[in-house]
Ligand binder design. Structure first.
Ligand SMILES: NC(=O)c1ccc[n+]([C@@H]2O[C@H](COP(=O)([O-])OP(=O)(O)OC[C@H]3O[C@@H](n4cnc5c(N)ncnc54)[C@H](O)[C@@H]3O)[C@@H](O)[C@H]2O)c1
Ligand SMILES: O=C(O)C[C@H](O)C(=O)O
Length: 327
């Protein structure tokens, strides 16, 4: 039997938490031979703690063979103690008519506190994924609030956007999602993101050539992927949850177990490549192996792409300036 991995999940009694925890405990994230200990954080409020207790009762009732332990708490330092993986989900979601950055100041303080708690008690190798919005800037805040942990351990979730783009492309081209490779989503998890299929292939052939529709790319595909979160809020009255949990599982699974050479999108602190200033938490293509991600380097950036990449960068810089006083 392998040593259990400690997985901390914040906002554990929320919508995403409810779609996420059972899949982690069943082995879908870290493998069917990997025991896990779930360390769950919720707000110190009676209702949230009662809901967390209910979720833990249900986890217990699943009798998951891989669930080696559970902790439910309102104290971040308990939830993050020795955590190998931390999924920072707990934050306020937006409602209809809001942009994710409208949540910035309200949610930012959560991530200064949780970054500091991770800094103090988590494993030095902890892999952190920020899901709570605005995800890139919250991940940046957590990273800056944890100066003793390597910056590369902090990531933001762009995988939902990557998966959304895959499905739109597969539908347009009449191909299977599984056959599409080398897709990128650059930048911020916001409507300014730039889903880019210039390099994408289907069974080795260019997807861009197969689609051959620049107007669809600029006027349908890019805005549709960028505004998909709002479309779901409009339809459901609540923000995406099962698909967000699924993307979080994809992100961590690939980071820990490897992407087998496939490109995936992760929001990571920039190393200065592609004209993105160092430290900005920006969606880029990576491959993953042996628990590390490696940027796909040297892709050509044409004028259209440069403009799109700079627009999403400008928004991230603006968000970063808006929280500078907290860091
Ligand atoms: N990055 C993405 O792709 C993506 C996708 C979907 C949703 N989201 C974001 O994820 C977040 C959670 O969404 P949800 O639908 O699960 O929301 P939700 O309101 O259903 O659940 C959030 C939970 O977090 C808890 N919480 C709030 N502050 C906390 C704190 N400081 N510590 C611990 N727990 C805390 C709340 O009590 C609640 O139970 C939102 O910010 C949402 O916008 C991101
Ligand atoms: O759009 C939102 O506010 C929720 C989430 O970020 C999403 O993309 O579905």
């Amino acid at each position: 039997m392998k040593t259990p991995v400690r997985v901390a999940v914040t906002g554990a009694a929320g919508q995403i938490g409810y779609s996420l925890l059972f899949r982690i405990a069943s082995g879908e994230m870290l493998g069917k031979d990997q025991p896990v200990i779930l360390q769950m954080l919720e707000l110190p409020m009676e209702k949230a703690q009662a809901a967390l207790k209910g979720v833990m009762m249900e986890l217990e009732d699943c009798a998951f063979p891989l669930l080696a332990g559970m902790v439910g708490t309102d104290d971040a330092e308990v939830a993050f103690k020795d955590a190998d993986i931390a999924l920072l989900v707990g934050a306020r979601p937006r409602g209809p008519g809001m942009e994710r950055k409208d949540l910035l100041l309200e949610n930012a303080k959560i991530f200064t506190a949780q970054g500091a708690a991770l800094n103090k008690v988590a494993s030095r190798d902890v892999k952190v994924l920020v899901v709570g919005n605005p995800a890139n800037t919250n991940a940046y805040i957590a990273m800056k609030s944890a100066p003793d942990l390597p910056a590369k351990n902090f990531t933001a979730m762009l995988r939902l956007d990557h998966n959304r783009a895959l499905s739109q492309l597969a539908g347009k081209a009449g191909v299977a999602v599984a056959d599409i490779e080398k897709l990128v989503v650059w930048g911020n998890h916001s409507p300014t993101m730039y889903p880019d299929y210039r390099f994408a292939t289907v069974n080795g052939a260019s997807l861009k050539d197969k689609i051959g529709d620049a107007d669809w790319n600029a006027n349908t595909f890019i805005p549709q992927v960028g505004k998909r979160g709002a479309a779901i809020i409009e339809a459901r009255g609540l923000s995406s949850a099962a698909s967000a949990a699924n993307a979080a599982i994809d992100h961590i699974r690939d980071w820990v177990l490897g992407s087998n050479g496939k490109w995936v999108t992760m929001g990571v602190p920039s190393d200065g490549s592609y004209g993105i200033p160092e430290g900005v938490m920006y969606g880029v293509p990576v491959t993953t192996a042996n628990g590390e991600y490696t940027r796909v380097e040297g892709l050509p950036v044409d004028d259209f792409s440069r403009a799109a990449m700079d627009k999403t960068l400008a928004e991230l810089e603006e968000e970063r300036a808006g929280v500078a006083h907290l860091l």
